[in-house]
Design a protein around this ligand. Structure first.
Ligand code: AHG
Length: 337
């Protein structure tokens, strides 16, 4: 079978009228930047890229060297092409404008440059997550407020997993597709078109160490999964937790499953652990486009009107039926109060 490169796929999407030339260029630039991040992550200790950067980000989290390097690679790659009006990143408090010397485009790019960075030093998969929005008409110098658009308005979303293989997963709202990096050729090649997540699953992902801090409906839901065949669900469930959302989501779009980062007493005041604009929304779009569901446990993630660039939300996503059961338990518990 003839292989289809990412560039060829993008040209076909343009011809089908699903994306324009600027969006196509934007994906090419992001993909090229991610290849550079893959090279940096693959070097590991030999590249001198492991360990702490000695700085903190806006969220008060210690930055790893590779967080900083990946952020710089994405910013630098996206500055000059003319496809963007501004970028926003987990690693920066405010959006980064496009320098005046370069032409500006009509798109806004948000990214988590290196998700799961606690896993870098132990050689476990990490990734990049990105979301693409339209810059509002008439805005030439986008500020944070111009990024605050619900996930339903995303023009595209994707992630790259830097694992045993480097894999790009992409959606423009017409299905979710996977591309695998051919390292010899240097190109991403289409490896799965129109991915479908099974509606039912027997596998869940959650950080069980937070169990005692969860809300009652989450305790009930996971309690029932753990009870297995002898419990109300009448079957055994398996558990996996990589602690890199990209890797957990990639497993789900490959063989099904559900992922939860629910609200718990420790993080309640922050609204959740994961960031809405550059983690939850792009993953929600990818999952929904593959036939799965994504909620906060109470509402559809992509329906949320964001109130801040770095806003956090609880995340339930994956196989539709399990997301619905867990969400139903929360909604039901709220209604009973
Ligand atoms: P970060 O962007 O800081 O690397 O966050 C990682 C996220 C996500 O990838 C993962 O699912 C979760 O945090 C892991 O959280 P725990 O440390 O609580 O397991």
């Amino acid at each position: 079978m003839k292989s289809i490169s990412l560039i060829q796929f993008l040209i076909e999407e343009r011809r089908a009228g699903r994306i324009n030339a600027e969006l196509s260029l934007l994906i090419e630039v992001v993909a090229r930047a991610c290849k550079r991040i893959a090279v940096a992550t693959n070097k590991g200790a030999l590249g001198g890229v492991l360990g702490e950067a000695g700085t903190g980000n806006i969220q008060g989290e210690a930055q790893k060297k590779l967080d900083v390097i990946s952020n710089e690679i994405l910013l630098e790659a996206n500055a000059w092409g003319g496809q963007l009006a501004a970028c926003a990143s987990e690693e920066m408090e405010d959006p980064q404008p496009i320098p005046d010397m370069y032409p500006k485009g009509n798109h806004l790019l948000l990214f988590d440059p290196l998700d799961g960075s606690s896993n870098i030093d132990v050689n476990i998969s990490v990734g990049t997550i990105f979301s693409i929005l339209r810059c509002p008409d008439g805005v030439t110098e986008p500020k944070a407020e111009h990024f605050l658009q619900p996930g339903t308005t995303q023009l595209g979303a994707g992630y790259v997993v830097y694992g045993p293989a480097t894999v790009l997963v992409l959606t423009f709202g017409h299905g979710t597709h996977e591309f695998t990096l051919d390292r010899e050729v240097g190109s991403f090649i289409l490896s799965r078109r129109d991915i479908r997540i099974p509606e039912e699953t027997g596998e869940f992902a959650i950080n069980m160490s937070n169990q005692r801090h969860w809300e009652a409906p989450m305790q009930r839901y996971i309690g029932e999964l753990l009870a297995g065949k002898d419990g109300p669900r009448g079957r055994d469930f398996n558990m996996r937790w990589v602690a890199s959302m990209v890797a957990d989501v990639h497993r789900i779009i490959t063989r099904g499953g559900v992922f939860f980062y629910p609200l718990d007493a420790k993080i309640k005041s922050k609204g959740g652990k994961l960031r809405l604009m550059y983690e939850a929304n792009p993953m929600a779009m990818i999952i929904e486009q593959a036939g799965g569901a994504a909620t906060t446990g109470r509402e559809r993630i992509m329906g949320i009107q964001p109130s801040g660039l770095h806003q956090r939300v609880p995340v339930f996503l994956g196989s539709k039926k399990e997301v619905e059961v867990a969400t139903h338990y929360h909604v039901e518990a709220d209604a009973a109060v």
